[in-house]
Design a protein around this ligand. Structure first.
Ligand code: CAA
Length: 388
């Protein structure tokens, strides 16, 4: 049972992208998803398969050697990979997150220097915003960058960094003018091999286990002045503008997880017999699957609309990115919990993929801004700055 209700009748290009991604994922990514989860190792073979098919960083423009997919095409790629293996979907998603500050605000030199390497699959790019004491309150970060002649010197700790240690490049947000709050934050490119960069032990997580999450430490890291992304003091805005676009990719990831779980549970329900009939013939289960399908359809509509906003750079991408991310991730959580329920005792075991999908879904409600933060962003868009 695998019904794609093609809401938009998207142009054929997108159908081709979806089909091509699905073929690679069916052959190379899905069969390795259980093992990747159990071993909690970076899915190197899946990465290689995605790289061979140019799906590892599809958002990078053609002028920098990339596949040049637009925001919707990139979302479809991430959705399809997540349908097979959520951990693997973080490869294109975090490459987009890490490079987006350069794409939005970086100099041509920075674009020429870094984007082609990511496009070629020679390097991955991570995003370092959160810190041990600065999560939702990102503006309260304490990592510092101090100018010293033609260099900047960075000191501090970043936490929850996806693909840390595996990525070669890092966008790092740091305080450059401590008196100025969010206007005193700037963004930099730091390389893994810069002296003074090191990594914490991998976090032991509930889900997305094959996607490495580690701390990143900066101890007197000296970088050339031209690694500043955009203007000094513009880092916080760049961080927020980046998230406006990449919350769409998290929505796509959540959507893919939800679709994968519904596909599996629906297929199972037509085979599993109880009381002399397939369990899909019982209305109690039909209603669960109908609700799941309905919410997935709505999440897809919102996600694709947000992708179109992201591509056009519309002002309301802030609103649409937050709504899509929040709605799709809540949907992924509900759908995966029900998928486990539909499989009953089998669903609760590691012999079936739905418990992994349920564990993987949970993070989509937390990262790139908790869903509580999304609701703050949505309310501010709705009501204006509250209290002013
Ligand atoms: N676009 C442009 N500018 C923006 C913006 C946006 N979307 N959002 C805020 N700004 C600007 C504001 O206009 C303001 O500038 P002015 O003073 O010039 O008006 C400035 O940034 C500060 O904004 P706020 O006053 O709204 O900031 P705040 O401190 O109240 O924080 C927040 C707002 C929405 C809560 C923000 O801190 C936030 O999004 N927090 C969540 C952080 C987050 O998503 N972290 C995810 C980390 S990445 C990750 O998870 C990936 C991984 O690898 C695991």
């Amino acid at each position: 049972a695998n019904k794609d209700f093609d809401l938009y009748q998207l142009p054929e290009d997108y159908t081709v992208i979806r089909q091509a991604t699905r073929e690679v994922c069916d052959a190379e990514v899905a069969p390795r998803a259980t093992e990747a989860d159990e071993s909690a190792q970076f899915p190197q073979k899946s990465y290689e398969a995605l790289r061979a098919a140019d799906l590892h960083a599809p958002h990078i423009p053609e002028q920098y050697g990339g596949a040049g997919l637009d925001a919707l095409g990139t979302a479809i790629v991430i959705e399809e990979i997540a349908r097979a293996c959520a951990s693997s979907s973080l490869i294109p998603a975090v490459n987009k997150l890490g490079t987006m500050p350069i794409m939005l605000g970086g100099s041509e030199e920075l674009k020429q220097k870094y984007l082609p390497k990511v496009a070629a699959g020679e390097a991955m790019f991570s995003y370092c915003l959160s810190e041990p004491e600065a999560g939702s309150d990102a503006g309260s970060m304490t990592t510092k960058a101090v100018r010293d002649g033609e260099e900047w010197v960075l000191n501090g700790v970043k936490r929850w960094i996806t693909n840390a240690g595996t990525s070669d490049y890092y966008t790092v947000f740091a305080v450059t003018d401590p008196g100025k709050g969010s206007k005193g934050i700037s963004a930099f490119v730091v390389e893994k091999n810069d002296q003074g960069v090191s990594f914490g032990a991998p976090e032991h997580k509930l889900g997305i286990k094959a996607s490495p999450t580690r701390e990143v430490y900066f101890d007197q890291v000296r970088i050339p002045a031209d690694r500043l992304i955009g203007a000094e003091g513009e880092g916080f805005k760049l961080a927020m503008r980046t998230l406006d676009h990449t919350r769409v990719t998290i929505a796509a990831q959540a959507l893919g997880i939800a679709q994968g779980a519904l596909d599996y549970a629906a297929g199972y329900s037509t085979e599993r017999q109880q009381f002399g009939k397939p369990i899909s013939s019982f209305q109690g289960l039909q209603f669960k699957m109908a609700d799941a399908a309905m919410n997935i359809t709505a999440a897809r509509q919102l996600t694709y609309a947000a992708a179109a906003k992201s591509e056009r750079g519309d002002d309301d991408v802030t609103y649409f990115g937050a709504t899509a991310k929040c709605f799709a991730s809540d949907t992924a959580m509900q759908v995966t919990v029900e998928a486990v329920q539909i499989l009953g005792g089998y669903g609760y075991t590691r012999d079936y993929p739905v418990e992994r999908m349920m564990r993987d879904a949970k993070i989509t409600q937390i990262y790139e801004g908790t869903n509580e933060v999304q609701r703050i962003v949505i309310a501010r868009q709705l009501l204006g700055a509250i209290g002013e």
